[in-house]
Design a protein around this ligand. Structure first.
Ligand SMILES: Nc1ncnc2c1ncn2[C@@H]1O[C@H](COP(=O)(O)OP(=O)(O)O)[C@@H](O)[C@H]1O
Ligand SMILES: [Mg+2]
Length: 804
């Protein structure tokens, strides 16, 4: 059988060929197509073909999903193909490349050796020609061109191949092979045997396909356009927002800059400051608005415009009014008030006051701060207060340079801003509490602030421009003077406030503290009244102070409780506070009312000290124990006080015999001098006679009178030297109910300052030698026996040349 013998006898070429049913492909003649064969029956058919003629019958199955289609489920019309290549794949499948030769019709199916064979009759190609066919061909080619262009999955080559085909049947088959159509459509094309008919059909299909594709494209285009438009709109919107934001920010920026410029103009700065500010503003303009740099710059400008460059309150110069206000605000303090009025007068006379700075010195709660406030009121100035307690760094006064991140002006400038005027009363509170350390001396900065020669051009490190402080009324306060650097002390005009007597405290409470506290607790005057004895009790047994600070605090805590009762019982509630009721409000009294309640003791004497909190009692205890003459001092005594103790001991030793003390006492014993309330550092020479008294008492076993208090420096020979703080000390003695005070004779002049009621309430004994002290302070031998503070030691034989 000649397989190429179709031309000879086209009608009855029949051969038996192995069949491979195809699931979703229709193979057309003239077409090369690769595909994979996996079904065992198909592989067997292929193998059979390969060993025979390499010819195979390929035909689509009706249903692609059928794995073993029966002959009925396979199209009868298929393609007789030549196997060009076959390749066994590792997974057992076989990849083949086949060439479609001719259509064939399966006449008969035979199952043999596990695969199907068909008895196939070759369908001869029909030859058609004529102008109609040619026109149809060019129509199909034209459509196909369009089809290829519109379709995304066809290669241009496919079209070129088609264009070259001259045979109508071959063209039809070539184009059919390239069409993307369902299997049954393709099968239809395969089954149309007339080339012209086929071309017609193809042309129709192409027309609709091209239409479809065009519609698709249009739709796609439209969709794309729509999407593009949406995207574009979104993008533009976003851009618009960004631009608006940018523009807006610029506007804000301009506003900010303009606003600052306006503020700078309105601030009425010094020329220097204004130049600096405008320069800074220019810099700010050129900075990214959100940058750290810009923030620093803005802060700086905010400070520059915020300090009071020009604004002043109109000063009141009426001295009578001033006096009136001072009297309204404060009870007593006559001398201080007088000096204040004088001071104000001088300030007025000397137009540019280069005078000293007023400085109130005294214990807490005596009205220093409150007087300064009053002065502000008198002179119609604003009031600001800077507490210097704990200030140790020059930068706290003068600020940090702007180069520091987070720098800000010093306290002086900050307070001036707070004052809002350039002529306030500026209270430098507690100048004595300012400390110095390695970071620089704040007092030198303060000196410049207070120096009228310099303070018109005060320069804060942060502001970095001169600021005029010359209209400021500076007032300082301190508890003590001695810790203030001398240079600063020289600038101060000191007004001392020593503290109040019991009488004064009661008056201050009645006239000022109680009304003030009643108001601030939201009460009415009618709600509560303090009886005189209650206030006395309050002063004596609940407070022990030179000032009235604790008393004010106690009054406030009483009023809190009263307020509660008013709330509970209605606003008509009335209470008269008696001394008996005081305990209900304040609990058990904190202090014994009087020193007289205490026992006379051996080795224990009452001294008077002058400390930051005013006059104080300073009990001194001496204890003896077996030893070798060591002297032990405890209770945080300063150097001067220790020396004073040694001096006292030396005096006692040198006078032992006269004092009835065995001369060699220090051979056998150790002496321990203790000053209780150990946490408080104590210093100064004024405890000399007290230590001597306690020593003699301990050594001679004669008790000391507890109602006697004393103060005075002692020399080795027993002379009594003058001391300071007489007034404060006498007030303290009075406070604790001492009946007799021993003072150095040379301090007699100071008694003039002591309120009459105080000095008259006690017997003040002036002495110039320790012998006089001992005579007064030691209990006469015939008096009541005393409790012994320490076990007396047996004294050994006298020995000379003892040293400590
Ligand atoms: N002489 C006085 N007259 C009226 N009130 C006084 C007097 N002395 C002190 N005060 C009041 O006592 C309280 C404590 O005074 P303050 O000025 O704070 O004392 P300091 O500053 O000396 O520690 C304030 O309420 C003050 O008004
Ligand atoms: Mg104060």
């Amino acid at each position: 059988m000649n397989m190429f013998g179709r031309e000879k006898d086209k009608t009855d070429v029949i051969e038996t060929l192995p069949l491979v049913p195809l699931r979703d492909v229709v193979v057309f003649p003239h077409m090369m197509i690769p595909f994979v064969i996996g079904r065992p029956s198909s592989i067997k058919a292929l193998e059979y073909a390969l060993v025979k003629s390499k010819r195979i019958f390929l035909s689509a199955q009706h249903d692609a999903t059928r794995d073993n289609p029966s002959p009925d489920e396979i199209y009868r019309l298929g393609t007789i193909c030549n196997i060009v290549q076959s390749l066994k794949l590792p997974d057992g499948n076989v990849k083949v490349l086949v060439e479609g030769l001719d259509r064939g019709r399966a006449l008969e199916f035979k199952e043999d050796q596990g695969f199907l064979k068909v008895v196939a009759k070759l369908i001869p190609r029909q030859v058609e020609s004529g102008s109609g066919v040619e026109a149809l061909m060019s129509k199909v080619i034209a459509h196909f061109e369009q089809y290829v262009k519109l379709s995304n999955n066809l290669h241009y080559d496919a079209m070129l191949a088609a264009v070259r085909v001259e045979d109508p049947g071959k063209l039809a088959d070539t184009v059919s092979a390239h069409l993307v159509l369902p299997v049954d459509e393709k099968q239809n094309l395969l089954e149309i045997l007339s080339p012209q008919e086929r071309l017609n059909r193809i042309a129709a299909i192409l027309e609709t396909e091209v239409d479809k594709l065009q519609v698709d494209k249009r739709i796609q285009g439209r969709v794309k356009k729509q999407m593009e438009r949406a995207q574009k709109e979104y993008y533009l919107n976003e851009k618009m927002k960004a631009i608006q934001k940018e523009l807006g920010r610029k506007d804000d920026r301009l506003n900010e800059v303009e606003e600052l410029r306006k503020k700078i103009e309105q601030a009425r700065m010094s020329k220097e400051a204004e130049e600096k500010a405008l320069q800074e503003l220019k810099r700010l303009e050129s900075m990214p608005p959100m940058s750290a740099e810009a923030t620093v710059s803005r802060n700086y400008l905010d400070w520059l415009v915020a300090v009071p460059w020009q604004k002043k309150t109109k000063e009141r110069k009426d001295l009578l009014a001033a006096e009136k206000i001072l009297n309204e605000d404060h009870y007593g303090l006559e001398k201080v008030k007088e000096r204040i009025v004088e001071f104000l007068a001088v300030r007025q006379l000397v137009n540019n006051p280069k005078g000293p700075i007023l400085c109130f010195v005294g214990p807490p709660g005596v009205g220093k701060t409150s007087l300064a406030k009053s002065i502000a009121r008198c002179t119609n100035r604003k009031f600001v207060r800077l507490s210097l307690g704990g200030v140790r760094d020059e930068a706290e006064i003068r600020g940090h340079r702007r180069t520091y991140i987070g720098a800000f002006p010093g306290q002086i400038v900050q307070m001036m801003k707070k004052a809002t005027t350039r002529n306030p009363v500026f209270l430098l509170d507690e100048v004595d509490k300012m400390s110095m350390d390695f970071r620089g001396d704040p007092s030198s900065a303060l000196l410049e602030v207070l120096d009228p020669e310099q303070n018109h051009s005060f320069t804060d490190h942060y502001l970095d421009v001169e600021f005029d402080l010359s209209s400021v009324f500076f007032i300082a306060t301190a508890n003590v003077l001695h810790t203030i650097p001398q240079a600063l002390q020289d600038r101060l005009e000191v007004l001392r406030l020593p503290g109040y007597t019991e009488r004064e405290k009661i008056e201050i409470a009645q006239r000022h503290l109680i009304p003030k506290q009643i108001k601030s607790h939201g009460l009415r005057e009618s709600n509560v009244a303090f009886s005189e004895p209650a206030l006395q009790e309050l002063v004596r047994r609940y407070t022990r102070e030179a000032g009235v600070r604790n008393m004010e605090r106690e009054i406030s805590s009483i009023l809190r409780k009263v307020a509660r009762r008013v709330v509970l019982e209605g606003k008509d509630y009335q209470l008269t506070l008696t001394s008996e009721a005081l305990g209900d409000f304040l609990g058990v009294p904190r202090y014994r009312s009087s020193q007289q309640e205490e026992h006379n003791e051996i080795g224990m004497a009452t001294g008077l000290a002058w400390t930051e909190v005013g006059g104080e009692i300073l009990p001194i205890e001496v204890t003896l124990m077996p030893g070798k003459g060591a002297l032990k001092l405890t209770g945080k005594l300063g150097d001067v006080m220790q020396e004073s103790a040694h001096a006292a001991l030396s005096f006692v030793r040198s006078r032992a015999e006269d004092l009835g003390i065995p001369r060699d006492f220090n051979r056998r014993i150790d002496i321990h001098i203790h000053v209780p309330e150990g946490a408080i550092p104590k210093d100064g020479p004024s405890a000399g006679i007290t230590i001597a008294t306690a020593l003699v008492s301990a050594l001679s076993k004669v008790p000391v009178r507890r109602d006697v208090a004393m103060t005075g420096e002692i020399t080795l020979r027993g002379k009594v030297l003058p001391i300071g703080g007489v007034k404060e000390k006498l007030l303290a003695a009075h406070r604790i109910g001492v009946t007799t005070v021993i003072l150095p004779r040379e301090n007699e002049k100071d008694l003039a300052d002591v309120p009459k009621n105080v000095s008259e309430a006690m017997s003040v004994q002036l002495v110039s030698h320790v012998d006089e002290v001992l005579k007064i302070a030691l209990v006469p031998p015939d008096a009541t026996p005393a409790r012994e503070a320490a076990e007396p030691e047996p004294m050994g034989p006298v020995q000379d040349g003892m040293t400590h």
